[in-house]
Design a protein around this ligand. Structure first.
Ligand code: IPM
Ligand code: MN
Length: 403
């Protein structure tokens, strides 16, 4: 029997505590039902409230403490809300959000992965019926690029002020990121094969592939890192001849995410480009309330990965029990997937949790329910199906992705 896994729950600010509470309600049932060897500890930091009491977002030894966990699940950080309370204790973004960026960087969680698959019940903002076939994984560089936070302001506030914001792109970080994108493309294809799904992607040159990776840059205006990415991409692509490739400039990618999002499979982008594209991908699949994410170091099982919904602290709805907890539940499923790489009982639990959230979405769509109601509905559905769901296998069904 594998050892018990310890995870830290970091509710954070705003709707964070509401969506993590809801998630724990569901995890409680899932763990009890499957006798899953999983334990959690809820930490009061990082948070704006901790800052109010202690003058810092988290204790000095926070990283050391977090290092001992197998994984971290974060609610949200930022404005704690409620927005109607103008006297609330609020911090500059640079302070309240810093722990998030610190955790990503200090634990070298260089791959931020945000799956975007439209599911029945989710709002579909696009009228083209093919928009229901959207199924992409956006992988965002998470350790450097535009987020290195180097630069400064010279003569701040003066008419001749100069602000500099440095971007750093290393070959090492580029290689590991791009190689990982190809690995994920192969994994996604085998999962599709197990589920009896086939996708076909056509290239401009008339070739077809059943899996592909899209590289995003802005190499027409930012040639230095754009060329580095493009060269490394071409070299790694030659190691994966079975995976199709294409490149999009980030502005054109935004257009195509709206025009023909079903043509994307794995998308790999820099830190900032990935940040922007993943909000767009989230809304294509129904919105931030159901968009999960993870920050992982695929090479290091000894560092705690961080799982979090793509949304923020939503001060406008904080404290009202109306936040959608399903993005956090789906992030928890990604956490279980990670633990499942060492122990399949976690992967089976991840599968069951994801299926339960999917069924809840199909049944209730965006019907107005409280955060707690959604958690209770999903928990009750899990209770009603005590036998683990078995991954669905069916004869191949074809999903056309070409124009
Ligand atoms: C995200 C968020 C963060 C980011 C902010 C809160 C710093 O937008 O996780 O996408 O830009 O990475
Ligand atoms: Mn973002």
């Amino acid at each position: 029997m594998a050892s018990r896994r310890q995870i830290a729950i970091l509710p954070g600010d705003g709707i964070g505590p509401e969506v993590t509470d809801a998630t724990l309600t569901v995890l409680d049932t899932l763990c009890a039902q499957r006798a899953l060897p999983l334990q959690w500890q809820v930490l009061p930091w990082p948070s704006t409230e901790w800052h109010r009491q202690h003058g810092a977002m988290m204790p000095d030894d926070a990283l050391q403490q977090l290092h001992s966990f197998d994984a971290l699940l974060l609610g949200a950080l930022g404005d704690p809300g409620p927005a109607s309370d103008s006297a609330r204790y609020c911090l500059p973004d640079a302070v309240s959000l810093a722990p998030l960026l610190t955790l990503r960087k200090q634990f070298d969680l260089w791959s931020c992965e945000r799956p975007a698959r439209w599911q029945p019940g989710a709002t579909c903002y696009l009228s083209d019926p093919r928009a229901r076939d959207v199924d992409m994984l956006v992988i965002r560089e998470n350790s450097e690029g535009e987020y290195v936070n180097q630069g400064g302001r010279l003569r701040a506030g003066q008419p001749d002020e100069v602000a500099t914001q440095l971007e750093v792109f290393t070959r090492r970080a580029t290689e590991r990121l791009l190689r990982h994108a190809f690995v994920r493309a192969r994994q996604r294809r085998s999962r599709r094969q197990q589920e009896g799904r086939v996708r076909t992607f056509s290239s401009a040159a008339g070739e077809t592939h059943d899996a592909r990776v899209c590289l995003i840059t802005k190499r027409n205006a930012q040639p230095f890192w754009g060329e580095l990415y493009s060269e490394v991409f071409a070299a790694i692509a030659s190691e994966f001849p079975d995976i199709g490739t294409h490149h999009e400039l980030v502005d054109a990618a935004c257009m195509k995410f709206v025009q023909c999002p079903w043509q994307f499979d794995v998308v790999v982008a820099s830190n900032l480009h990935g940040d922007i594209l993943t909000d767009l991908a989230a809304v294509l699949c129904g919105g931030p309330g159901i968009a999960p994410s993870c920050n992982i170091n695929p090479d290091r099982r000894d560092l705690p990965p961080l799982f979090e919904p793509t949304h923020g602290s939503a001060p406008d709805i904080a404290g009202r029990d109306i936040a959608d907890p399903r993005a956090t539940l789906l992030s928890a499923a990604m956490l279980l997937d990670w633990l499942g790489e060492d122990d399949t009982q976690f992967s089976e639990a991840a599968h069951q949790l994801r299926a339960a959230v999917g069924e809840d979405l199909a049944r209730h769509a965006d019907q107005v329910r409280s955060t707690r109601r959604i958690a209770h509905d999903i928990r009750d559905a899990l209770r009603a199906t005590p036998h683990p769901a078995v991954p669905h296998t069916a004869p191949p069904a074809h999903t056309g992705d070409s124009q």
